[in-house]
Design a protein around this ligand. Structure first.
Ligand SMILES: [Ca+2]
Ligand SMILES: [Ca+2]
Ligand SMILES: [Ca+2]
Ligand SMILES: [Ca+2]
Length: 298
């Protein structure tokens, strides 16, 4: 039995080649390896996956408000080099060897956290919003460590998770920051020299907005902005990016209320889908979306 504080968070890893092919669907064989465990603390959230040390291997980043820090689990290249740590108490699980923690001291309570390249050097940087209220950008060094910090004095940012999105929202192929505010949204654009400009606020939000996301929802290769709302009548609201690099007016979508939301291309057609009880987005369409009758995941 797992008891506090033995296992407070875990990472589940997968590998392929375990099961036989499905004769009816001709799908390739796939399966899962065993779970791997990494002990963290209570009150961890905003788990993100990206390469944060420039070695080409994805790492795991998660905010840890119990210690006012950000856990950076760096994927190791030689799993045989280090044995898992031995348990020190009965029923304690040792950490597995795939990741090694390199914690970053945030020194604040973190509400939202995202990763992405924000200066065009090809290395993922980190941005978070927290209390004391400010937006913090931490750039990745050339040696794969965290380096220069840049702060933005924004006091009306999000107090919920998923309040930050990173992506190109003005069509110049440079990542920008979108930050949810209490009564609007901030845009922080990256310049051609890799500098972040001053925040520009657009007032007004769809009713009940609790989260934002950037994806290409209509297949034109330009990122669009999604507002997820605690609004039973219209929980999804889109702003599609125009060919000129402007986010268009809000396009609301009638749908069942949202409990959880995941984004991704789940049928390999290069167009993003949303899944809750599953909605499928149709390329080249801005018409109101209709939920599919059958869930995609059983
Ligand atoms: Ca890495
Ligand atoms: Ca960078
Ligand atoms: Ca941009
Ligand atoms: Ca688009």
């Amino acid at each position: 039995m797992l008891t506090r504080p033995v296992l407070l968070a875990m990472v589940v890893l997968t590998s392929c080649g375990v099961l036989s092919a499905n004769a009816e669907t001709q799908l390739p064989p796939f399966g899962f390896s065993g779970m791997e465990f990494y002990k963290l603390d209570w009150n961890t959230h905003n788990l993100r996956i990206a390469d944060i040390n420039g070695d080409g291997l994805n790492d795991v980043v998660v905010a840890n408000n119990a210690r006012a820090r950000i856990e950076c689990l760096i994927q190791q290249t030689d799993l045989d080099a280090e044995e898992p740590s031995a348990p020190t108490e009965p029923n304690e699980f040792p950490n597995d060897a795939r990741f090694k923690n390199r914690p970053f001291l945030a020194e604040k309570k973190i509400f939202s956290l995202e990763l992405g390249d924000l200066n065009g050097d090809g290395r993922n940087d980190m941005v978070y919003y927290g209390d004391p209220r400010e937006l913090v950008v931490v750039y990745q060094n050339a040696d794969g460590g965290w380096g220069t910090r840049k702060t933005f004095d924004i006091t009306d940012g999000p107090t919920k998770q998923a309040g930050i999105a990173i992506g190109d929202v003005n069509g110049d192929d440079l990542n920008d920051i979108v930050l949810l505010a209490t009564d609007g949204v901030y845009f922080i654009y990256q310049s051609a020299t890799g500098k972040l400009g001053s925040p520009i606020k657009e007032s007004g939000l769809p009713e009940g907005t609790i989260a934002i996301a950037l994806r290409d929802f209509n297949g034109d290769s330009r990122l669009d902005l999604l507002y997820a709302c605690a609004n039973e009548a219209a929980p999804l609201c889109f702003r599609f990016q125009s060919p000129e690099g402007h986010l268009g007016p809000e396009a609301r979508c009638k749908a069942p209320s949202i409990r959880t939301l995941a984004l991704g291309d789940i049928d390999n057609d290069a167009v993003e889908e949303l899944t809750d009880r599953v909605f499928q987005l149709v390329p080249e369409s801005t018409e109101p979306l209709e939920p599919l009758s059958a869930p995609a995941f059983g």
